[in-house]
Write a protein that binds this ligand. Sequence first.
Ligand SMILES: *[C@@H]1O[C@H](CO)[C@@H](O)[C@H](O)[C@H]1NC(C)=O
Length: 734
Amino acid sequence: MKLSRVITLSLFIAAAAVTSVAGQAKPGCSGACGHLDIPYPFGSREGCYRDENFLISCDTSSAKPIANYSNSNIQVLHVSLDGQLRLSGWVGWDCYVPSARWNFISFKLRRFAISNTKNKFTVIGCDTRAFVYDFWGRRFSTGCTSFCRDVADLVNGSCSGIGCCQTSFPTGNLGYNISIFSYRNHSQVLDFNPCSYAFVVEDGAFNFSSLDLLDLRGKRDFPMIIDWAIWGENCSEAVKNRSSYACMDNSFCVDSQNVRGYLCRCNEGFRGNPYLSGSDGCRDIDACSNSTLNLCSQTCHNLYGTYNCSCLPGYIGNGFKNGTGCLLVDKSNNVPITEVALGVSVFLLVLGIVISSLCWVGRKRRLVNIRRKFFEKNGGLMLQEQLSEQHGYSEMAKLFTEEELKEATDNFHESKILGRGGQGTVYKGILPDKRVVAIKKSRIAEQSQIKDFINEVLVLSQINHRNVVKLLGCCLETEVPLLVYEFVANNTLLHHIDPSTKTSCLPWETRLRIATETAGAISYLHSAASIPIIHRDIKSTNILLDHNYTAKVSDFGASRLVPLDQTEITTLVQGTLGYLDPEYIQTGQLTGKSDVYSFGVVLMELLTGKKVIEMNRPEEDRNLAVHFVSSMKKDRLLEILDSGVLDEKNVGQLKKVAVLASRCIRVSGQDRPTMKEVSIELEGLIAIEKHPWDGKYLNSEETEYLLAPIYGIEGSTSNSTGFESIAPKMESGR
Ligand SMILES: *[C@@H]1O[C@H](CO)[C@@H](O)[C@H](O)[C@H]1NC(C)=O
């Protein structure tokens, strides 16, 4: 009864929302700019908006007023109190007629985020590869490649890689940059496709036509959706500070899924602008006065936020149209009305108890069923089967329950998030046995990936390499599988070498050791593990460091297992811009040499401390790999090395590593060394470093230099005692 009332009311609200005026401005403020409604918290002049993030300026200089976002030249097309803004976007292009010309799109919001669910990154062209990455060029990058040979191959309305391709991007982007490239300068398609285009556009708003290949500039609108929120705090933080809390009377707070902030919604049975109070805010819906709804048989009573029905004297029933309605009491029947009423109430009471207990049992059973279903969907049965075939499996992969992991992470609380990426979100958790773990909520979209996922869990849980992050187990009862890894305490390698985040300079010896350990781990994955594994996303953010700065290779979300009888597999090109093997991009053929390429780029980062993609460098040097190789060719290597690691002693070693790095990124995979060779070479370099007292060094001045800081002896010459006592000291220092 109650339930059906709620449903009816919800329908009513839904119907009302469609017909209502879009929203309300603050009292005394203009709520529109031309045809655009501007509801509070947005406003077009001071005193009318909540804070400057909500300023929509209205340019009335022309006949048709134009609303612009925050004094910029970005036009606002629609404002929704549900948390979205529709802005008019732009097209990035790269043209080869009459001569190569391009424009570069860079877009940055201060507080709001580009909607990850409602936009698509779209690329148009027949000799084209384009990427979108976040404003600072480090948290994410994604993109796609679009080819075609002939106009006849194109399909209008289809963006699947022939002349047009699309991808989506992750949550929390406050801005983006777009880069467009061509393989052959459009030379083979110039007559019908002289330009490449790339843009972010509302999903569904762009319909590809083969005519777009000729020219797209200035032809159409490219709307883009922005997620807005009351910025800065989530609901639980915001309610504590009543003076700044944005949700007014009869409303509630909802955390934004994309922005660090919250939104307000009117309570059930209320309607209006939840950010305003009083008559402009959330008001009670007078359900009784709406004749189209016709909720009650006889008498309707409007209550605050809801309504009630009753029957006239001489009638009996609950009065609700969708309930029993009102029935005329049969006078010939001698039972007095009160007794009928009593009988009906007792009956209803008993019915209520029976129904609610049935519901409770049903819900419980449903929950168990849902978990079971997810478990099966996520390949749990397959995994269980595989595990039981293997001896001593309990050591390898533990199947965690959803409850255990919820408890470990405070119900996946926001504050436990360690990081977000294309593969999923990582939370920090503490298991009942006090072990600290990292829990990854993976993003598996397709059923077909499940088998790979299971294989990965099996293989990774068997890998026991001190430089690979250990997989402890997984949980399959949730909608998306959860993976549980050992927790690595000391952040990513990038964090320690990036000038913008590093707190002190990582010494060269440590860098070389990290490189060697990483190379050893990848080489092990390629050759020593029972099934070869290609990591596919080697980068400095996927190399974690523990408290001793020991490297731990992580994030196997993109990794692929290579069946033993194959040396290469064809996959969707996936990886991170700046580390991606160009040969792999072109052919789609994945081999171990793609990891070698990415590792070469990591070596370059270790040597130079520079960003992999840096928009502030001249165009030809934006990509670190290109910059590095061209500097080496010009014999200017020393100029780009990290000044913190370069000194007279190690310059020879730095040069050797630089040569190795440049060999790793050779254009053709065949010309690159294998990971095993790289690993051996690096170990060789460390071995030489470890034994400086072997041979001629002993009697040179360098020995004194080594002795002096340890013993505080200045100017003393080395003698046999000094040598005897320094040897074990150095041994333990390693
Ligand atoms: C796509 O549609 C346009 C007209 O909108 C038409 O001129 C063109 O030939 C169509 N292309 C294909 C490949 O069907």
